[in-house]
Design a protein around this ligand. Structure first.
Ligand code: DHB
Ligand code: FE
Length: 277
């Protein structure tokens, strides 16, 4: 059976793509952010996953406001990136792990999740930049992208996203394969890009949330979506991807590394590497 080696969570601010393209990693603005990934690179060299299940939110590239699934699972042989208008380079396609995609889809439907299945799926900065941050030299893993709507209300609850993550974890654990799987969650942490509170961040909440993923994974499920928006900002609800990721890794975890840095663009950025034990 396949093995879940752990979970990786990171912010996905588009400006990271510009910094990577310019080679700005050593500039004073960027260094504290990029240095956070170095211990994670060493961990990945050690644990060497074959496949990544990526929880992310699409921001209008693949789904627009006219058609917005709550949960969508990719089942494509390749996932292409396309210009989103951020002025950052478009990255080459990523290879899909279709066998695992269909296994996850079957298990989720069996567990009464009404998902959308995507045999074609463009992936935006929320998939491409984390993969580039974790594997700057080129992506060695195949992927299964799982998209959670955090763009157009109503959004799925934290409790529901946790349950989704658990069901995905069960599916991976009983996938008949000897491959090593890492679960990735992208987005957050606190940020608000629009409205009266544009620029809002909440360090206290973010740090408590990061701790909870190790010590009390269901902690954030006590909050409604509106409470999460109040505490973390309109785009801070992207923490749902972190929650699903943690839920997919069964049992206790060891914190391999964490980094938290304010700000990158409008965002309080976070990074965690959690190893399954
Ligand atoms: C920013 C952050 C995001 O998560 C995103 O999807 C787009 C922009 C930002 O801080 O600029
Ligand atoms: Fe985002």
């Amino acid at each position: 059976m396949a093995k879940i080696i752990g979970g990786l969570t990171t912010s996905h601010v588009p400006a990271i793509g510009g910094a990577l393209a310019r080679g700005a990693q050593q500039e004073p603005y960027w260094k504290p952010f990029f240095d956070g990934y170095l211990p994670v690179h060493r961990w990945l060299e050690d644990v060497r996953p074959d496949v990544a299940v990526v929880f992310y939110n699409d921001h209008g590239l693949n789904f627009f406001l006219d058609k917005m699934p709550t949960f969508a699972v990719g089942a494509a042989p390749e996932y292409h990136n396309a210009d989103e208008g951020w002025g950052i380079p478009t990255l080459p396609p990523f290879k899909g792990e279709t066998g695992l995609s269909w296994h996850i889809i079957e298990h989720l439907v069996d567990r009464e999740f009404d998902i959308t299945t995507c045999q074609e799926m463009l992936v935006d900065h929320a998939v491409t930049l984390p993969l580039k941050l974790f594997w700057p030299e080129g992506c060695p893993v195949t992927i299964v992208p799982i998209c959670i709507n955090t763009v157009q209300f109503p959004l799925p609850s934290a409790k529901r996203c946790f349950a989704l993550g658990q069901a995905v974890g069960e599916a991976v654990a009983n996938w008949d394969s000897d491959k090593r799987v890492v679960v990735i969650g992208t987005g957050g942490l606190s940020h608000q890009l629009d409205g009266e509170r544009a620029g809002f961040m909440n360090k206290r909440f973010d740090l408590k949330f990061m701790d909870s993923l190790v010590s009390d994974p269901e902690w954030a499920t006590q909050y409604s979506i509106h409470e999460l928006v109040e505490k973390t900002g309109t785009q801070g609800v992207e923490l749902l991807m972190w929650l699903a990721t943690r839920a997919a890794v069964p049992g206790a975890v060891r914190k391999v590394h964490a980094n938290y840095h304010i700000p990158i663009s409008n965002t309080a950025t976070g990074l965690m590497a959690l190893e399954a034990i």
